[in-house]
Design a protein around this ligand. Structure first.
Ligand code: FAD
Length: 449
């Protein structure tokens, strides 16, 4: 009895000392979480919604989930994008149809949902999408807070350290968490050295570096873009490239888009594409799963209209944008002349994952592999380092690290970039990541550079 009392007093003294030193958080965090999500944007909440859709929410939450996000959970970068969505409003709401009987069902009649529903058949401003996603994120946050083994943490991950079976997670407010797995879904940043990138062999932006800006500077309201005047060249053929074109077109004297893989337009099927006079490869540009033409790489909405007009498919009349297709050595001089004459060059070559610093147990940094289309991950989203090692307890996907198109994710064979998008995070990619987290699928070692 006396020994028990002594042990009790010892514990109380330890607790008091931790309280005095503000370390109660450290004590609390000794129990490892099953999964820590680093970031709480559209990609991170995708597998949680996928779990709710497929009746596996309890399985996931019972593993112990912590989600660390400094801002509101749900909208991620969309909250700051000043462009319209490349998808219609409808697909953002599709998840609600499958969430009957879950806490998400209550979102149906909220004003943010109604505002998005009114734009179901058009490309809504991303700010409207962000408001809806913030409501989805609030439900995720409530679910985590209500569960005894889960938490939502309002902070930023500042470091990850790999130990034998655990990942140590450090947050900006001094918190320390331990997890069996960490899902890094903290968005993207421009690919390093975008301003000196080689576009095709022998054609580089390096000599023009001083006037090169990334597309993100124009799209993201948190960044400062230069005034677009005079002659402007945009490099790339993606939604970002054409969204910048749309934003600056009325301010410039001449706008040229330099692209290397053709202008890819989205059509619901091959007949629609043919009747529009659009030239495409009936095998490589068509998604075998959906029959869509350029399902992932195709432009939609305003970007589609602008690019279609530039191709001359909108009928006679001035083409708003000059196109330079660099598909061989003979087309390089035209691109070089455009770069030399330009007052401003906008590079739209995409993103790599904005990973927090990661180290091994001995403090050696883990350097993630980055390919031309972003951070390298396996078909199930496991992070790959520069030595080619696949990390079983680190997953990364979302902007800058999307999974490559596959039989499971669908997509046209000619698409060489990453599959990302809110619908995919909640459906195909969400399911792949969720299966992996719940160990119902075998982790694939296949690597996508
Ligand atoms: C210009 C553009 C337009 C797009 N339009 C569409 C579209 O119309 N439809 C569509 O479906 N997809 C679209 N996408 C693709 C994709 O769906 C979005 O980029 C989406 O925002 C990606 O979600 P994410 O969670 O990966 O990244 P983000 O949206 O960037 O979210 C990352 C989150 O992580 C947090 N975070 C960052 N660092 C840390 C850290 N160290 N610790 C903790 N938290 C951190 C951030 O605060 C943020 O909330 C678009 C992409 C771009 C670039």
């Amino acid at each position: 009895m006396r020994a028990l009392l002594a042990r009790f007093l010892q514990l109380m003294r330890a607790l008091l000392s931790c309280l005095l030193q503000g370390e109660v958080f450290l004590l609390f965090e000794q129990t490892p979480f099953g999964v820590v999500f680093c970031g709480g944007g559209p990609a991170a909440i995708g597998p949680i919604i996928a779990a709710a859709r497929t009746g596996r929410l309890d399985d996931l939450l019972n593993r112990g989930i912590a989600l660390i996000e400094p801002g509101p959970i749900g909208p991620g970068g969309f909250a700051h994008h000043r462009i319209a969505a490349n998808s219609l409003g409808g697909p953002f709401l599709e998840c609600l149809d499958d969430l009957d009987g879950t806490p998400f069902a209550a979102l149906r009649e909220l004003p943010e949902t109604r505002a998005l529903r009114a734009l179901a058949d058009v490309h809504p401003p991303l700010s409207v999408v962000a408001s809806f996603l913030a409501r989805l994120g609030a439900v995720v946050s409530d679910l985590l807070q209500a569960h005894p083994r889960c938490r939502s943490v309002s902070s930023t991950v500042v470091g990850l350290r790999l130990a034998a079976d655990t990942v140590h997670v450090a947050t900006a407010d001094g918190g320390r968490l331990h997890a069996d797995r960490v899902v890094i879904a903290s968005g993207g940043r421009p690919l390093s050295d975008f301003a000196g990138a080689e576009i095709v062999p022998g054609l580089s932006l390096a000599p023009h570096r001083a006037k090169v800006w990334h597309s993100e500077a124009f799209i993201d309201a948190r960044r400062r873009a230069p005034a677009a005047r005079g002659k402007v060249v945009i490099v790339g053929g993606s939604h970002s490239a054409w969204s910048v074109a749309d934003l600056i077109l009325s301010d410039v004297d001449e706008l040229t888009v330099v692209h290397r893989s053709g202008i890819r337009l989205f059509y619901r099927g091959v007949e629609q594409a043919r009747s529009d006079g659009y030239l495409f490869d009936p095998v490589r540009d068509v998604c075998p799963a959906s029959g869509r033409v350029n399902r992932y790489g195709g432009l939609r909405g305003r970007a589609f209209e602008l690019a279609r007009a530039a191709l001359g498919l909108a009928g006679p009349g001035p083409r708003p944008v000059r196109l330079v297709h660099v598909d061989g050595p003979e087309s390089r001089p035209a691109a070089e002349r455009a770069f030399a004459d330009a007052d401003l060059i906008v590079m739209a070559n995409g993103f790599e994952a904005a990973l927090p610093p990661i180290s091994y147990a001995d403090g050696t940094p883990l350097i993630a592999a980055v390919g031309p289309t972003g951070t390298v991950v396996t078909a199930t989203g496991h992070l790959v380092d520069v030595r080619g090692n696949v990390h079983p307890n680190l997953l990364a996907y979302g902007l800058g690290a999307g999974l490559a198109p596959s039989a499971e994710v669908g997509g046209e064979p000619s698409y060489t970039r990453r599959a990302d998008g809110v619908w995919l995070y909640q459906y195909d990619i969400g399911r792949i990541v969720l299966d992996d987290l719940l160990h119902t699928a075998t982790t694939s070692g296949e690597i996508h550079a």
